[in-house]
Design a protein around this ligand. Structure first.
Ligand code: SAM
Length: 263
């Protein structure tokens, strides 16, 4: 059977897709030749981009563990991407079996994969929504996934906000999410940094300008605004390799990671 025939309904295997390129970087199988071509171009510029993807994924898992161990049982994963094990619900439910997850992405490709791969997982609700429309997203998290915003929640926004340009109001969107967070809630963010190697930034900009995969690399003091009014958990906002424990090498693509708590 050809790859095209195995594609879930709604997926075009002949056009590169950011979620599938990321899946390729992680070593996943939910990608096609068109995605691998784009991924290989990134790897030519910075061969350690696979390490960055893994650091980011480890940060996501660590954020879920910290939240679940703090007793949080509601997870709103925004820009969740194509399911990749261990998924958010697997980590959360291994610590807190009653944990529920709103698995949100704006990409119908991801939504199709999530419906196909997660439909049998209890407590997980795939939702098609856009962080640039936070009120609609919050309403769907509540009505479809049963998220109760009067109780603590963990917002996971990992590898997403750099795809939202300034004129699309990312800071206003995240402020709206912070507004509804009950005390004890956590906000985990990973965001591409201006300290990324200039060659990578230039290539990325040239390759993606005007497309949904365009990245706005932001400096740490600007990324810090996403956490306004929250208490940062140690080690604060830091490049992924420094945020994670262990002696991990810096990569050419630098992504900042941080977790803030609403007190
Ligand atoms: C690099 S992947 C990250 C996947 C996952 N968060 C992880 O860390 O493994 C970025 C995801 O964000 C999604 N995304 C980008 N812009 C978005 C938006 N405006 N609203 C919701 N999802 C978005 C993409 O479709 C993609 O699946």
């Amino acid at each position: 059977m050809s790859e095209g025939n195995r594609a879930p309904v709604g997926v075009d295997p002949f056009r590169p897709n950011p979620a599938r390129v990321y899946n390729y970087m992680l070593g996943g199988k939910d990608n096609y030749d068109a995605d691998r071509l784009v991924g290989d171009r990134m790897l030519q510029v910075a061969p350690d981009t696979k390490d960055t993807a893994w650091h980011s994924r480890r940060f996501l898992m660590e954020a879920v563990r910290i939240a679940a161990e703090a007793g949080i049982r509601q997870f709103v994963d925004i820009g969740a991407g194509i399911p990749f094990s261990p998924n958010v619900h697997e980590i959360a439910q291994s610590i807190e079996p009653s944990a529920i997850v709103a698995s949100i992405d704006f990409d119908p490709v991801v939504f199709a994969h999530s419906n196909a791969l997660l439909s049998s997982a209890p407590g997980v609700t795939p939702i098609l929504a856009d962080i640039r429309e936070p009120d609609k997203l919050l309403e769907l998290a509540q009505s479809e996934a049963g998220i109760d915003f009067s109780q603590p929640v963990a917002f996971l926004i990992v590898g997403v906000l750099h795809f939202v340009m300034d004129d699309e109001k990312p800071f206003e969107a995240v402020a709206r999410l912070r507004d509804v967070m009950a005390p004890g809630s956590l906000l985990a963010i990973q965001h591409a940094s201006t300290s990324t190697h200039p060659f990578f930034k230039n290539t990325s900009s040239n390759d993606t300008v005007g497309s949904p995969a365009q990245v706005d690399f932001r400096p740490p003091d600007v990324v810090a605004h996403f956490f306004e009014g929250l208490e940062m958990l140690p080690p604060g906002l830091a490049p992924a390799n420094e945020w994670l424990e262990g002696d991990l090498r810096a990569t050419k693509l630098v992504v900042l990671c941080g977790i803030g708590r609403k007190n």
